[in-house]
Ligand binder design. Structure first.
Ligand code: NAP
Length: 369
């Protein structure tokens, strides 16, 4: 199969690949290309493969974290003999071989990733994302890192589902809003994580207040109805003038360092603020990091004391959170928000838009099959 990878520029004359172009990652120019990869050997009887499967990726997508990982890996391979490095942390795939102790999956099953965290469900198997190299196309994975693709999701939707849906499900559960009720506020609403949070809250009959720094088209706004998206600036103005003073009980924020000041400003006394991430996760991607980030965080921490709020960190979610997200998805008519599907020949556009286009709305997916 043809796989999309980042090519080691120091080795580009040493092997055959199809050059697609470059993408600028901060100070790093990343060369993107296609390579041909044969199906690797996988002996089901071998001890090391007992609980593993071999899958062939049908579609994959990238997440925010993959930007920093790709920059780091790309810098690293330039100091080695490695020819290329794959990337991407979510996929839908067909099982093409199973180890001798695997009974939950059969050859031909279509699966997607299970990012269960902090427990993988099996001692010795790492929790978290199933792979950082989804674009490789052929993946040997432990069976606990997979879950069957539900019939309600297309291959592309499944390749964009697990990480966002599992995280949203975990954050909503851990925030306590399902027991306590209340009015949630979702920050950076255009982000993939926030879109999953918004859709899951809506599917549960809870309408969040959504704040954003970007312009939304009519069609984008319709995707989150009956929620409405407001600009952060307008919300601050209304809040100061008292016209928009809705009692916010829970804040969901994917960018702690960027938004916590706003989050705690809007949050009512005794409320809950929950976050799962920070921006600019690599020094090479940090040229535009605001200089006052530290002061903002310190100010917010001070506010958290005065307001008696709970601040929670959240990483991914459990297996049950993913299963719950699938059940919720099956039961709702709310669609997974996909920005665009790409073919391999358009790999550069896919990488560019996945990581650097602020008009992206939902996930970008690269389709192999
Ligand atoms: N720990 C975990 O388990 C976990 C899981 C999922 C995600 N995360 C983290 O959550 C964060 C969000 O990930 P994502 O994939 O949802 O991100 P994303 O889709 O790339 O987010 C893009 C959106 O975030 C806001 N934004 C980002 N950078 C900005 C900037 N420099 N200035 C202003 N607004 C900016 C904008 O929202 P608006 O246009 O609406 O303002 C933008 O449209 C990341 O830190 C990621 O690592 C963590």
């Amino acid at each position: 199969m043809q796989s999309l990878v980042a090519i080691n520029p120091n080795k580009k004359d040493a092997f055959d690949y199809t050059e697609l172009g470059t993408v600028q990652f901060g100070q790093e120019e990343v060369l993107v290309g296609l390579i041909d990869l044969e199906k690797p050997n996988f002996d089901p009887e071998e001890e090391k493969n007992r609980e593993h499967v071999l899958v062939k990726v049908r579609a994959f997508s990238c997440n925010y974290r993959d930007k920093a990982l790709l920059v780091e890996n790309y810098s690293s391979i330039q100091r080695t003999d490695r020819l290329f490095v794959p990337f991407g942390s979510e996929f839908s795939a067909e099982i093409v071989a199973v180890g001798s102790a695997v009974s939950d999956f059969q050859v031909g099953d279509i699966v997607m990733s299970d990012c269960a965290y902090p427990y993988s469900g099996r001692e010795g198997v790492m929790p978290g994302v199933a792979t950082n190299f989804a674009s490789m196309g052929w993946l040997r994975l432990h069976k606990n890192k997979l879950i069957k693709k539900p019939g309600t999701l297309s291959d592309s939707e499944a390749a964009c589902f697990s990480l966002g849906a599992q995280t949203a499900s975990g954050m909503i559960r851990r925030s306590g809003i399902l027991e306590q009720g209340g009015t949630p506020l979702v920050l950076s609403s255009r982000s993939n994580t926030s879109l999953f949070i918004i859709q899951q809250l809506l599917a549960r009959g809870i309408t969040p207040v959504c704040l954003s720094t970007s312009e939304w088209t009519e069609k984008e706004q319709q995707a989150i109805q009956p929620s409405r998206v407001e600009s952060v600036k307008a919300a601050l103005e209304n809040f100061r003038n008292d016209t928009g003073k809705e009692a916010v009980t829970h804040v969901f924020d994917p960018f702690y360092d960027m938004n916590i000041g706003y989050g705690l400003y809007f949050l009512q006394h005794g409320g809950t603020y929950i976050t799962c991430g920070i921006r600019d996760q690599h020094p090479k991607l940090s040229q535009e990091t605001p200089k006052d980030a530290e002061a903002t965080v310190r100010g917010a921490l001070e506010m958290s004391i005065v307001k008696n709020v709970s601040i929670m960190g959240n990483c991914l979610g459990s297996r049950e959170d993913l299963e719950g997200a699938i059940q919720l998805q099956d039961a709702t008519d709310r669609k997974i928000i996909l920005d665009q599907e790409y073919e391999v020949k358009d790999g550069v556009d896919f990488v560019q838009r996945s990581f650097f286009d602020s008009t992206r709305f939902g996930k970008c997916v690269l389709v192999y099959a």
